[in-house]
Every structure is written in C-alpha cells, then in structure tokens.
Design a protein around this ligand. Structure first.
Ligand code: AMP
Length: 135
C-alpha cells in the first residue's frame, strides 16, 4: 500500500469508488471520467507502478480478470465491442502511478473521444449497480 496513491486508497476503501468486482488479487471500479458508458478500471490490489514493475504471475492473473470483466460489462450493457487501454509512464499518458487496465465498452456508430470529462455521479452509480458481479 502506498499512502500517496489514489488507487491504493480505493483498494483499501479509504476513498469511495463505484466498485463492480473484487477478489483476492484485483479490484474493478468505474472510471469517474468515462470515455464511454461502462468505462471500468481493473487494478491489482498490490501497489505496482506499471506493467514493467509487475511480476509475470500477477500480470497474467490480472489480465484474466480484465478479460472476464470486459466480457461481463459488454454483455450487461449491450455493447458491441471494447477497447483495453493500459498506459505506462507520464509520457504515455499515465496519470495514476498504480498499474491499471482501462476497459472501454464500444457501441456501434458511437465515436469515443479519449479526452477526460467528469462523469455524472448518479449515472455512474446506476451503471455500477447493474455491473456488480462475482466471477
Ligand atoms: P491513466 O491516464 O491511464 O493513468 O488513467 C487514470 C484514470 O483514472 C483516468 O481515466 C481517471 O479518470 C481515473 N481516475 C482517477 N481518479 C479516480 C477515482 N478516484 N475513481 C475512479 N477513476 C479515477
């Protein structure tokens, strides 16, 4: 746990999040600045700065969850596809220094802007309520 890290604070429950999934290794919650409806993040519970710092086993286990969560989100929200995005380092657009995978549901004919804009909190809560699940 890194006390300065916002995602460690979410993992510990010190700050609230729109959590949709949790197990012994990862937590998944909605991005508060969503690129699309259902934009979720998957983070390992252990503080790891980025992909280069992550051991093979944790990376593989996290990716298994990313796939399952993405398939679930697409199915529940009726999306037509999804992007997985993972930034490493400030130069690559990483703004939170705790390894995370973005799951960005895509809807046919709906363009996505990869610009941050604050989401509607009530809508995020409603979406999280639909998406909460156990693998
Ligand atoms: P990245 O640019 O890849 O580091 O992505 C970090 C993401 O974390 C951004 O899309 C932010 O909107 C998101 N984010 C930052 N703080 C929070 C938070 N408290 N809850 C949910 N998402 C967050």
């Amino acid at each position: 746990m890194n006390r300065q890290c916002v995602f460690c604070s979410i993992v510990s429950g010190a700050i609230p999040s729109f959590r949709i999934y949790e197990d012994e290794l990862v937590v998944s919650f909605l991005d508060i600045n969503p690129f699309s409806k259902g934009h979720a993040l998957v983070v390992p519970k252990r503080h790891v700065a980025g992909m280069a710092d992550c051991d093979d086993e944790l990376l593989a286990e996290t990716l298994k969850r990313v796939r399952k969560i993405a398939v679930h989100v697409v199915s529940v929200l009726g999306a037509d596809g999804f992007n997985v995005l993972q930034n490493n380092g400030e130069a690559a657009g990483q703004t939170v220094g705790h390894l995370h995978f973005h799951i960005i549901p895509r809807y046919a004919g709906v363009p996505v802007s990869f610009e941050s804009a604050p989401g509607d909190m009530q809508e995020l809560e409603n979406i999280a309520g639909k998406l909460k699940f156990q693998i």
